[in-house]
Design a protein around this ligand. Structure first.
Ligand SMILES: O=C(O)[C@@H](O)C(=O)CO
Ligand SMILES: [Mg+2]
Length: 256
């Protein structure tokens, strides 16, 4: 079975963020991921990771002003400077926390807009150039537009075309099984076809985005397929527990 990382933005939310690291370690996780770490100084996160003996596998670049509706900056031509600043901030956090994967969210824009397309490619080139010498990979993740209406990158084939077209050694696909199933289905064939460009995988049941096994897919079969395909990375558990986080970890014991 693959190795699982708890997503501390959605799991263990019964406590403040900084207290979730110890809770994840106590529950048996060796790694965690985060959506946005920026409310806390990087060294505060680093010391909680060290104290809990955890690896931080991935977090996102700043998405802009989430409360105002921003969902990333990469495809927004007028936010180029802000995007570039977010790369520098994320790389400083990555260095402090030993994180090797960063997800660059695209933003709310149309893929049919040539200016958005050009901005996106320029932003990804810039982020990869900055991240490469530091041993960091940049992820792009197709997100379903039921959850995020108007999101630029809502198609796995489009993401693959961008990654293959840019041909940057540290630009990879974040394959979130939850989004894949809602957008296209055909999860196993998708994993198989896209494996060479996959840099990170995330899981949640569909449609509720809860514990693996709680939805319409055979999530355990998907985990086995990841193993069979030779995926050696972490699987981020980006789900909202149905009840108390610890009470919903039976699926993890079953796959361990
Ligand atoms: O799937 C998601 O929503 C996340 O991976 C993310 O980073 C954006 O919220
Ligand atoms: Mg995701």
């Amino acid at each position: 079975m693959p190795r699982f990382a708890a997503n501390l933005s959605l799991m263990f939310t019964e406590r403040p963020l900084l207290d979730r690291f110890a809770a994840a370690a106590d529950a048996g996780f060796a790694a965690v991921e985060l959506q946005f770490p920026y409310e806390h100084p990087a060294d505060a996160i680093a010391s909680r990771l060290a104290a809990a003996g955890l690896e931080l596998t991935l977090f996102n670049l700043s998405p802009g002003d989430w409360a105002a509706g921003d969902r990333g900056l990469a495809a927004l031509p007028l936010r180029r400077d802000e995007f570039r600043a977010s790369v520098a901030t994320a790389l400083a956090y990555a260095e402090a926390t030993g994180t090797r994967k960063l997800h660059a969210m695209a933003g709310i824009a149309s893929r049919a807009d040539p200016q958005a397309q050009a901005a996106y490619r320029d932003a990804l080139r810039y982020a990869c150039e900055q991240a490469g010498p530091r041993g960091v990979e940049i992820m792009i993740e197709p997100i379903n537009v039921r959850d995020m209406p108007g999101y630029f990158l809502d198609d796995f084939a489009a993401a693959a075309e961008i990654i293959r077209g840019l041909a940057l050694p540290n630009l990879k696909l974040q394959f979130d099984v939850y989004h894949r199933q809602i957008l296209h289905g055909d999860v196993l064939r998708g994993l198989e076809a896209l494996l060479p460009i996959i840099g990170h995988v995330q899981t949640a049941s569909v449609p509720g985005r809860n514990e693996p096994g709680a939805g319409e897919l055979d999530d355990l079969r998907i985990f086995r397929a990841l193993d069979e395909l030779g995926y050696g990375g972490w699987v981020g558990c980006e789900y909202r527990p149905l009840g108390r986080t610890e009470d919903g970890l039976g699926w993890l014991q079953r796959v361990a």
